[in-house]
Ligand binder design. Structure first.
Ligand code: BG6
Length: 480
């Protein structure tokens, strides 16, 4: 075995975005309405609302995004200037199948991505593409109840086949469903909608619905893996999970068990996608509930035979848990309500724990469990930036955050021997926050002049971190 002296020579340095958070042009080029188009603006204090269709007089920040749809040549030029080797974005499903259930695609949408990928390739920037990143057609929600319906598997595969065939000579790295495991928190309407197009119905057992919907998505993902390899042997298809290591708050065994159970509830999706089978605890749990889920023998075969080629994941933070006396033996996972403070870690302005070592922990954990190459497809700091009178943006906090994470990522590669394909920090150009709908929660190396109510010139400016990241890429991670 060769020892890892540093990052691979072909390491994919780049940045990540998602169509609905930056493209805008929500009604152009034959695009249909997506779930992101019915989500209002929010903040840390007031949650984004999901409206019943697009309502007049309501501000929907994703409708205009940062107008990347019209400005992508300028934006890619800036990314090329930073030295990007890859650019992770998604295809907006609604540009290709506006309602999701058509049989033939929208040529204008396909042409847009031809042009976008050609523009990337002009700079030797490799497109890394997510098929479904929180932006499924809204029609699939209203007409079929989202991923509650098995029919969505065929609709998704029709879409996947269309884009695999069309872009087979332009795109090699794909991912199926973005952060498919966010819906593990079925107490919150937002992840249910964005992951699976689920709007909770009165008296519904939403936990059961989540497990059913996630199963159909996992089958669709495995079938997409199969299809992709049939279309082009060189394709690499990844899963994409949000990785948040869960620490016990103390060394009390009850805290340790709770941390393990909450991890299981969040990461079983990866067990299915990477190992090809449901974990024992979940088979046992589902059987105990008498839910009678629609999981067929053929589904289980498809899952077993078509595991992913690599593990794509996002990493922003770790979380901590503390067991309460008398908690149920399953230690039910309830998102933010399940977490306890970690006194050892600072937090971002949005209350996310900053934990660079957590990234190395996560990488080791993924490596031990799944034995596949990894790709960090999101990481970064959401922060408020200030434009100085001379037009400069000094963002040392962002540089510090990324530097500390790259250092840990390097330890995972050099010391722990982990096979890491690339690193694409999130929101390399400022965009609409998925969680809050804000513009002021900025992640970018490139600043975009737009505010939380949609005002601003949309002008792009280079932040200090732009020049810092440029030398990181140039030195293949040596100059931090
Ligand atoms: C991930 C998503 O959850 O984190 C992105 O894949 C999202 O779409 C990113 O934007 C950061 O979260 P937020 O809520 O700060 O935008």
């Amino acid at each position: 075995m060769k020892e890892n002296a540093g990052f691979r020579d072909d390491f994919l340095w780049g940045g990540a975005v998602a169509a609905h958070q930056l493209e805008g042009a929500w009604r152009e080029g034959g695009k249909g309405v997506s779930i992101a188009d019915v989500m209002t603006a929010g903040s840390n204090e007031s949650k984004r609302q999901i409206t019943d269709g697009v309502q007049p007089g309501v501000y929907y920040p994703n409708h205009e995004g940062i107008d990347f749809y019209h400005r992508y040549p300028e934006d890619l030029k800036l990314m090329a200037e930073m030295g990007f080797k890859c650019f992770r974005t998604s295809i907006a499903w609604t540009r290709i199948f506006p309602n999701g259930d058509e049989t033939s695609p929208n040529e204008e949408g396909l042409k847009f991505y031809d042009q976008l990928f050609d523009e990337c390739l002009k700079y030797q920037i490799e497109p890394v593409i997510t098929l479904s990143h929180f932006e499924m057609p809204y029609n699939l929600v209203t007409k079929y109840g989202g991923w509650r319906s098995r029919k969505l598997i065929d609709f998704f595969l029709n879409y996947a086949q269309t884009v695999f065939e069309r872009y087979q000579n332009k795109v090699k790295y794909w991912m199926t469903f973005n952060e498919i495991n966010n819906q593990a928190n079925y107490y919150d309407p937002l992840p249910l909608l964005v992951d699976s197009g689920l709007i909770v119905q009165p008296d519904e057992n939403i936990e059961r619905t989540m497990y059913q919907a996630a199963h159909y998505e996992l089958v669709a993902s495995a079938k997409a893996v199969k299809l992709a390899h049939q279309i082009n042997d060189d394709f690499k298809i990844g899963s994409m999970v949000a990785v948040t290591p869960i620490y016990p708050q103390t060394s009390k065994p009850a805290d340790v068990i709770k941390a393990e159970k909450i991890s299981q509830a969040r990461y079983w999706f990866e067990d299915v996608q990477a190992n090809g089978e449901y974990p024992w605890w979940l088979k046992n749990y589902q059987a105990k509930q008498n839910w009678n889920l629609d999981i067929t023998k053929e589904d289980l075969e498809v899952l077993a035979e078509n595991t992913v080629d690599y593990l794509g994941f996002s990493y922003y933070k770790s979380r901590c848990v503390s067991a309460n006396p008398g908690e149920a033996p399953q230690y039910r996972y309830q998102g933010i309500k399940s977490f306890a403070p970690n006194q050892h870690l600072p937090k971002t302005e949005w209350g996310w724990e900053i934990d660079p070592e957590g990234l190395r922990i996560a990488m080791n954990w993924l490596a031990d469990r799944y034995h596949k190459p990894q790709f960090i497809v999101e990481n970064g700091l959401g922060a408020v930036d200030q434009v100085e009178p001379d037009g400069k943006i000094h963002d040392p906090y962002r540089i510090d955050y990324l530097k500390a994470h790259i250092e840990q990522m390097k330890l995972a590669v050099v010391e722990d021997g982990i096979d890491l394909l690339g690193y694409t920090p999130w929101g390399c150009i400022d965009l609409i926050s998925a969680g809050t709908g804000e513009m002021s929660k900025r992640y970018g190396f490139i600043y975009v002049d737009r505010d939380d109510v949609g005002k601003g010139s949309l002008k792009r400016l280079r932040k200090d971190s732009f020049f810092w990241y440029q030398q990181v890429i140039k030195s293949n991670g040596e100059k931090l």
